[in-house]
Write a protein that binds this ligand. Structure first.
Ligand SMILES: Cc1cc2nc3c(=O)[nH]c(=O)nc-3n(C[C@H](O)[C@H](O)[C@H](O)COP(=O)(O)O)c2cc1C
Length: 230
């Protein structure tokens, strides 16, 4: 894979933002509904694909794939399966920067879920790694790293459906070895990775005077950067 020149820029600025703003990982993901309308919601950036399972899978594997997580029954999953085009808009408060990624989103559910698909095109996004990437291993590694509270949220009734279950249906913690086995299994089964493979990045820096704006576009396999008016 060709190196994504914006990745080091994002990593450096995210690191400096996280020192003061723990919420710098909150991004806005826009997708397109079945009715052709834009839908947008907050999702937590969980790192680049390959980092979670890299220890045993491929020690030096890195990628330019933005990784998020979601409940497999959430509405955005249906939207992405029907139309993968999306944008991620990310404002970083400390450095007053905006990263606006455009590209395709991919859903990686449990390997035995009906929505599980092979996405061989994603392999080209990895560096220092060849062969098919083990997405189930990555998914389980990310699930393991989730807090008990987050793990519990994947056992809850279908997101977005009318609320009919009692409060007791919304367990507050799921922990391996402590919670009932069926709760742990349900959490793992409903847990999905949501991957964004960007082909464009519009990067705006408002702290700089005059402001700076760069657009990175992926052509075939290499990235081209151009400076634009802010
Ligand atoms: C601060 C914050 C962080 C959130 N992080 C996530 C997340 O990482 N993944 C997710 O699926 N939903 C997350 N949500 C909830 C979504 O914004 C959204 O309400 C939910 O996923 C349903 O969206 P949908 O109906 O478009 O699928 C977060 C909400 C807030 C307020």
């Amino acid at each position: 894979m060709t190196h994504a020149p914006w990745k080091a820029v994002l990593q450096k600025t995210l690191e400096s933002n996280l020192k003061k703003h723990k919420d710098a990982v909150f991004t806005q993901l826009a997708t397109i509904s079945a009715a052709g309308r834009p839908t947008v919601r907050t999702v937590v950036f969980r790192g680049f694909s390959g980092e979670a399972s890299s220890d045993d899978l491929a020690p030096n594997a890195t990628s330019d794939l933005l990784q998020f997580t979601t409940h497999i029954e959430s509405t955005k999953v249906q939207e992405i399966m029907a139309n993968p085009w999306c944008e991620v808009c990310w404002w970083l408060p400390e450095t007053n920067e905006q990263f606006r990624f455009s590209g395709k989103a991919y859903i990686i559910p449990s390997s035995n879920h009906e929505l599980c698909r092979a996405y061989p095109e994603l392999d080209a996004h990895f560096q220092n790694f060849s062969g098919g990437f083990d997405w189930e291993k990555e998914r389980l590694a990310v699930w393991k790293a989730m807090s008990p509270g987050m793990k519990a949220s994947f056992t809850w009734p279908k997101p977005g459906a009318p609320r009919t279950a009692p409060d007791s249906g919304f367990t507050s913690k799921v922990e391996e070895g402590r919670s009932p086995e069926d709760q742990v299994t349900k959490s793992i089964e409903n847990f999905a990775l949501l991957i964004v493979a960007p082909d464009t990045l519009d990067h705006v820096e408002l702290l700089k005077k005059p402001n700076e704006r760069r657009v990175y576009v992926k052509n075939e396999s290499s990235w081209v950067m151009e400076e634009l008016n802010p």
